[in-house]
Design a protein around this ligand. Sequence first.
Ligand SMILES: [Zn+2]
Length: 308
Amino acid sequence: MNYIGIDLGGTRIKIGLVNKEGVADKVVIDAESDKGLETYLPLIDKGILKLMKKSKLSSLSGIGMAFPGVVNPKSKKILSTNKKYDDGPEIDLHSYYSKKWSTPFFIDNDSRMATVGEWKYGAGKDSNDLVMVTLGTGVGTGVVMEGNLLRGKHFKAGCLGGHFVVNYQGKVCTCGNIGCVEAEAATWNIDQQLREHTDFSCSVLSGIDKIDFAAVFMATEDKLAIKMQEHCLEVWSAGVISYINAYDPEVVVLGGGVLNSAAKIVPHIRKKISENVWTPWGETSLRLTKLWDNAAILGTVYSLRNNI
Ligand SMILES: [Zn+2]
């Protein structure tokens, strides 16, 4: 078996060659998702070809894609996007990949697929009740309840945890709502949030061109950075507590690029779960991703192979 898993991130497209052993090889393409998906299809094809050539493969068993938006995996159509690859719903990916590569094609939401990866191969392997939270450009979630991957009638269920409201008087979100988890604390607007702050000019962060969470969590002596750290930790904790109340998991797995600062993030959220969540059956286990960038690649290939 030789499958391709494609994870379309906001800033990086990861293409993995998956065999029996797991992700055997990978190509990463820098991307600007506001340029649309069509722009990147030839580059993705090049990446696939490169992986096949390197491993001397003449054919593939299938191609799976993890997409940052609402996806119908039955019709293999992107239904709705939110400022990432916005031309997605107009492209017939199924016929594109079937014609180009003569191979089965599968597509689903990226965070949902990362959840399948962690459930089958990673930090949630021992549980059939888990929530995965991806903290990155945006905030994504995925849910497995009693061994079933949650999708819902309109394919929105479980994957829109980034749009749970944590502050109804908060910041305007790209989804049209106010005070969503990802409007309050995600990479897409952290730079802007800091620049708009009255203390910004006195902060060490003002010397950085594009501020990300790594910079915020590294500035341990800076007043504004500490304030922002505290704000974001509270936002993510509130989100995770809502997910636990909504989905009744035994395990919550945290992943995504922001978790490179895991040493500060995981203990805080763990403490909040311990103090604030109502779980009379026991305590939800909070874990760090085991698969990192490979989670959605492995998840989409698993879903394609096992038809889930
Ligand atoms: Zn939102």
